[in-house]
Design a protein around this ligand. Sequence first.
Ligand code: GPV
Length: 797
Amino acid sequence: MTVHDKIALTADDLQGDISRHLKLSIGKDASHASLHDWRMALSLALRDRVVEPWFASTRKTYDGKHKRVYYLSMEFLIGRLIEDVTINLQVEDMAVEAMKALGQDYYEVVKEEPDAALGNGGLGRLAACFMDSLATLAIPAYGYGIRYEHGLFEQHFENGQQTETAEGWLAQSHVWEFERPEVAYKIHFGGYVSEENGKANWNPSETVLASAYDTPVVGWQAKWANTLRLWAAKPIKLFDLESFNRGDYVGANAPERLARTISRVLYPDDTTTEGKELRLKQEYFFTSASIKDLLRRHDYEGYDIRDLHDHVAIQLNDTHPAIAGPELIRLLVDKHDFSFDEAIDMARKCLGYTNHTLLPEALEKWPADLFARILPRHYRIIEIIQDRHIAATGSDIRIIEHGNVKMGELAFIMAHSVNGVSALHSDLVKETVFHDLNAAYPNRILNQTNGITPRRWLYSCNPALRGLITDTIGTGWESDLERLTDLNAHLDDASFQEAYRAAKSTNKDRLAAWLQERSDVTLDTSAMFDIQIKRIHEYKRQHLNILETIALWNDIRDNPNGNWTPRVKIFGGKAAPGYALAKSIIRLINDVAATINNDPITREFLQVVYPENYNVSMAEILIPASDLSEQISTAGKEASGTGNMKLSLNGSPTIGTLDGANVEIREHVGAENFFLFGLTAAEATEKRKDHGYSRRAIESSPKLSRVLGQIAGGVFSNGDHHRYSDILHNLYEHDYFLVSCDFDNYFAKQREVDAVYQDVTRWTRMAAANTAGMGWFSSDRTIRGYADDIWGAKSVE
Ligand code: GPV
């Protein structure tokens, strides 16, 4: 049976469904329909086809009494959904045909869909890839998160500087979701705890309603579909009639405004935390609703609460939902008569925790007084967890320390399994942040190297390469990505190489056309496209990249008749609105771009572009067009990276450090197909002990000294000598991220890249070897690892 039989669909059916939805669901006549109306109608017609597999999956889970996975995440960075669904249902051709018959261009309609940007970066996108793989592997699962009214802010550049405006994806109706008004839980905050007959009783001072919205997530070829359940905060009382009658019309709306605030906006911080009360409320809000929901389902199915761990695996995506431990214990003790020991034991059997960073500023902690004020019962429970932990292990690690509640320690102690996200990162987790807890709980820490879904990050975003792969090795790789190694037999085949180059050049043309239309920028598509796309952060070192760009510009100017390899340096990424140094780096990149792009001497060799508002949809255009992937974080600081995987898979070799998953990427694609530079994590740690290292490194590098002198001299800032004093001061006086120490090595490696790029055969082989070697990085492999090692969950069928 093909997927089309399964969902009973032909292009005619689809066309009929679209027309019917346009008329009956949207209320528009074809002659008056806008692009937006067509998109709604198309989406609804596609959604109809997801519902059957969705119901069937739910039925099978109930009938087979299968264990369910609950993935709790503050972020799901989904992007657009139409293509996701047409790809997984394998109806792209049909959709194109049906829309054409209706006088519409499918691809124009697709472009009209706003990104669901309920996440900041890698952590949120990982959750989205995991949802795709869970459905593809037919593992019964729910994603639980927050239905933010405003996702990640929109980024604009004004005179090169980032400004932010609110994003409004929900200003129009979100057709993929189903509202579930009957699924709602009261979530409490504040108040005090009293005791009655030895039972604790929480008397909260504030209550909001968590109301469910479900989006089906269909897997490859509609084999299975799971649910993404997002919670919206609503008032328990819609409207204060008393205030209204008094003539206080603003006050009458207060209950609604207050409640709604909780799910209003995604915190735009990435790998830093903001100790804000509202953030803690968001975390508890969605975690409590999710735990209550899974307990209700367990009860509804008639299972004994004492068997919860046989039916439920809860994964905490970072510490943001770490309150799940105390919340589950609270419900078991206060509502189900468990003893504390029994409840702690049960919660631990259900919980797994994934750590995504070693950066100290990202390890969540809450002022104890704030925490105790918002969640008084949980605060008490955490004290009890801490006491039992100390009594059982003799460890002197505390959860509450120096007036803070430390969420990393809480998550670690409450989980039966703690994992890092790359081999190197997991080792460092054991050696550093959780050194002592690892000793107290040996074997609790394990590794699950991140992955990416090949459906979105190859099949959907790169039709040119998709076609070549299928022509070369046949189908099946889409859900068995390690089959890409079959490409290895063709790497030296001239016709394969030519086709591989043709695919890349199609993608570069597509990017060039997109940029021309969007920003009126013209790209030289024969130049190397050198891409760094990710959040702007000191440890990711976009400044290393732009400093190297300036040094190259100098060299070209000094010798304009040299044998230069033309390059386009492309940057993409947002800075947290409050992160001043990251914003300075953005401005510097834009300033340097303005100077270099207007230089007639270097113009044919070097161009810098930085399209504003990088997001998932932009990544889908940039990644397939990339020739060189910049993964240049300070070794030991990038937990994994996932953009590194997307770029390499799409035939873009990496220039990078031995950091995060770069280490494993290099092993899989072969060291000869990876441009390695820089200090190792161990060397970086040593270097930092070497007082005055940055000034010495700068002074011993003529190229870097010259570049920093130019910046200080105002070459890129219209003579303003102070515009970049923050960056300069940082580099000379401190440079924790070792930009100065890695600079010369990086510059030299870039010149090696230039030379190899001129050898077209060698370069093509390298790029294709990257594609061939990356199969292991499918998130299907990652999810199998979690299912086997952490969840004890199985594929159905
Ligand atoms: I903590 N990550 C993120 O995107 N946001 C965060 O708040 C935190 C971590 C990222 C890491 O920086 C990446 O190295 C990693 O690949 C990604 O999480 C997914 O694990």
